[in-house]
Ligand binder design. Structure first.
Ligand code: HEM
Length: 123
């Protein structure tokens, strides 16, 4: 069924786990970590709700956090290609740990590559 979303295919629990694994990697990466607040839990929750929505699930993220574009929400951090690489590597490690169907992880990775490139705001 081509109308099935990633959310339909992997479910909420896996999207929660992906966010958790991602922030475990952030905590291990000094360059990335310095951008984030000490307590990573709210950020983890926001990423979870955002991805739930992006991948076809409930729109709780927009209801709670409003509608500014994601790129605008990142304007206060200097995000260059190196920082993009740190973010992408953390997400790659997280995605590997998730053990989903390779077709699904490929679709997710395609989305993350585009989104992360789009977040670059500094040469
Ligand atoms: C928030 C960094 C890319 C989704 C944040 C925060 C930082 C950050 C420092 C603030 C966390 C907090 O204080 O709560 C970066 C860097 C990126 C990047 C360095 C490099 C490319 C992305 C991408 C996505 C994403 C590709 C989604 C696919 C989010 C979301 C939030 C967030 C949903 C929470 C925004 C809110 O509702 O307040 N990011 N990010 N980020 N990021 Fe990123």
């Amino acid at each position: 069924n081509t109308s099935q979303t990633i959310y339909d295919l992997i479910g909420e629990a896996k999207i929660r786990l992906l966010s958790k694994y991602f922030y475990q990697e952030v905590a291990r990466n000094e360059d990335l970590k310095k951008l984030y607040p000490e307590n990573l839990e709210p950020a983890e929750d926001h990423l979870f709700l955002f991805l739930l929505q992006v991948f076809g699930g409930p729109e709780t993220y927009s209801d709670q956090r409003g509608h500014p574009p994601l790129r605008m929400r990142h304007a206060k951090w200097k995000i260059d290609a190196d920082m993009r690489d740190h973010w992408m590597n953390a997400m790659l490690v997280a995605l590997d740990q998730l053990h989903v169907d390779p077709k699904v992880s490929k679709a997710m990775m395609n989305y993350f590559v585009k989104a992360a490139n789009h977040m670059i705001n500094h040469a």
